[in-house]
Design a protein around this ligand. Structure first.
Ligand code: SF4
Ligand code: SF4
Ligand code: FES
Length: 269
């Protein structure tokens, strides 16, 4: 429901006399700050959402689960992993919930056989594109890619493995960047830019050659702008970014702390 219509019905005197009189200053302020409430159907249930929210935000606010990998509350959404795809009635293709805004009257399906099939495919592609040997990974047991595969019932990969020859950047005094485990979610890039303000990390090249790069393609240890804050390590969903010398049991990540910090600094709620 539009804020003005809502207010008009509730408080005609304050909002204006109803005969073309302009609303008072206070009423204008209320109208401009009131969030527009809209009605959206998610999995057959009507929920109230706020105009401007994404499908993912509206779903989560109402306790509905949609799987994600690249999304992190507090950071901008980029729609990189396609795990959060949903079906929207009347739209012929699947849409990423993390970047698609809700619209009044929208009907969304978040869970179906088709969606599970596509989500499994997305996970299988991620495994086949790089070298993920969980048994020798420092993040095994704490890895979002691994746990998402388990949650979606991915037990094998139906695509040929690329086995790319990728480097491991050990040049930083505290951290390791192992490109073999990277799923190019860009959480590290966004947290370094949007929360730390250093913008050391970025994505270089395109397509299958895309790689995380430091300070315009320097070894990480020579990146002059890196503050050694470690935020990138904490948000990395896999073992691509890790603390040097930490054992598997130690290498748990504190993603919630970064989300809290990002929201305090004005990031997406
Ligand atoms: S340690 Fe901090 S400053 Fe350095 S790359 Fe990671 S997030 Fe950026
Ligand atoms: S290094 Fe980690 S956080 Fe950065 S893009 Fe790769 S998987 Fe994502
Ligand atoms: S979480 Fe939406 S595309 Fe990755």
């Amino acid at each position: 429901m539009a804020a003005a219509a809502f207010l008009g019905g509730q408080s005609r005197l304050k909002a204006g006399c109803g005969q073309n009189c302009p609303p008072s200053q206070a009423a204008r302020r209320i109208i401009s700050t009131m969030p527009d409430k809209i009605s959206v159907k998610i999995d057959g249930e009507y929920i109230e959402a706020t105009a401007g929210q994404t499908i993912l935000e509206a779903a989560r606010t109402n306790g509905k689960y949609i799987p994600t990998l690249c999304y992190l509350k507090g950071l901008s959404a980029v729609g990189a992993c396609r795990l959060c795809i949903v079906e929207v009635s009347g739209v012929g293709r699947l849409l990423p919930a993390c970047t698609t805004p809700v619209q009044d009257g929208m009907s969304v399906t978040t869970n179906s056989e088709k969606l599970t099939r596509y989500r499994r495919m997305a996970i299988e592609f991620l495994f086949s594109e790089r070298n993920h040997y969980c048994a020798v990974c420092v993040s095994s047991g704490h890895c979002e890619l691994q746990s998402m595969a388990q949650k979606l019932g991915v037990t094998s990969v139906g695509y040929p493995y690329s086995y790319p020859l990728l480097p491991v950047d050990m040049s930083h005094e505290r951290f390791v960047l192992d490109h073999n485990r990277c799923i190019l979610c860009t959480r590290c890039v966004r947290v370094c830019d949007e929360v730390e303000g250093a913008h050391v990390l970025d994505v270089a090249s395109r397509g299958i050659r895309s790689m995380i790069s430091c300070d315009l393609n320097r070894p990480w240890g020579q990146a002059r702008n890196c503050t050694n804050c470690g935020k990138c390590v904490q948000v990395c969903p896999t073992g691509a970014l890790a603390e040097k010398g930490w054992a598997v049991e130690e290498m748990t990540k504190r993603v919630d702390n970064i989300t809290w910090l990002a929201i305090r600094r004005g990031g997406n709620q």
